[in-house]
Design a protein around this ligand. Structure first.
Ligand code: PMP
Length: 294
């Protein structure tokens, strides 16, 4: 058997080397499409329904009709993991407007392109999951919700990529993005939380963020532990003076932030609430989800 990845592409499972899409695909030409990043832990797809619901919601917002049912999409996710013998995976699901002509208009794109890649990812260096990581604040602001709503996980990620380039140039793995009013929004691929006096704060959706599935999970876990959590606006001042700070995301999972723009956060190590939540998240993620193999 070949050890080449098997990719789902428009109804077929093909080898990575054969998984090709047209240069006229509007996903490529215009970033016209939507995507999801999903994880499988321990033989189960984590929050499978939530990810499928979110991509359908994003597709609806951009008037893109996904050419399959939600159940069929679930089967694509499961089968792509099976075909690659994966129990732990990072899954990328993409629906583009499809192949059209060189004009912007999607009317010339009769059929959306759907593909799914199941592979692995390590977003940040492993030692940072132990020790925490430094971040900067990007000069690049997060998209305003009145322009392209960050709740739409669209293929147009240039806004976040520009912030990521700032992080790379500063020699740190991630950047905080502020909204248009200077309120803390999120990072380039993760949501942000701070802890002050035993209480957790995270920016509300209306600030202009992606409604992260890991974010929701962590909020629920914290509440179950009896920790107060507020979705509340805050500024960089609150981040610099927080006792703890951490980020959540499917690719990132949950990771402590120990320095922001050169300011040490709390004691400069992953704090006690952060550690408790990171552990609880790992336990929860490894024991919940849609089984891949029966
Ligand atoms: N914000 C942005 C901009 C993201 O791209 C992601 C990753 N999908 C997140 C937050 C975290 O969301 P989730 O927990 O659903 O992966």
């Amino acid at each position: 058997m070949s050890d080449e990845l098997i990719i789902y592409l428009d109804g077929e499972y093909v080898k990575k080397s054969e998984a090709k899409i047209s240069v006229f695909d509007h996903g490529v030409l215009y970033g016209d499409g939507v995507f999801e990043g999903i994880r499988a832990y321990n033989g189960r797809i984590f929050k499978c329904k939530e990810h499928i619901d979110r991509i359908y919601a994003a597709a609806k917002a951009i008037m893109l009709e996904i050419p399959m049912t939600k159940d069929e999409m679930k089967e694509v996710l499961l089968e792509t993991c099976r075909r690659n013998n994966l129990r732990d995976a990072y899954i990328r699901l993409v629906v583009t407007r499809g192949t059209g002509d060189l004009g912007l208009s999607p009317t010339k794109c009769p059929k959306p392109t759907v593909f799914c890649i199941a592979s692995t990812i390590t977003l940040y260096p492993p030692e940072m999951y132990e020790k925490g990581m430094p971040v900067i604040t990007a000069a690049q602001r997060r998209n305003k919700a009145t322009i392209v709503d960050p709740q739409i996980k669209s293929l147009n990620y240039l806004n976040n990529i520009l912030a990521k380039i700032e992080a790379n140039r500063a020699g740190v793995p991630e950047a905080i993005m502020l909204n248009h009013d200077g309120i803390v929004a999120e990072c380039t691929g993760d949501n942000i939380f701070i802890v002050k006096d035993g209480v957790i704060y995270t920016p509300p959706i209306h600030v202009g963020i992606l409604d992260g599935i890991t974010r929701r999970t962590v909020i629920d876990l914290a509440k179950e532990m009896g920790i107060e959590v507020y979705e509340k606006e805050f500024t960089l001042f609150n981040v610099y003076n927080a006792d703890e700070c951490f980020l959540t995301g499917t690719a990132a999972e949950a990771i402590a932030v120990t320095q922001v723009d050169g300011r040490v956060i709390g004691d400069g190590v992953a704090g006690p609430i952060t550690k408790k939540l990171l552990e609880a998240f790992q336990v929860y993620a490894n024991s919940h989800g849609e089984p891949i193999y029966n």
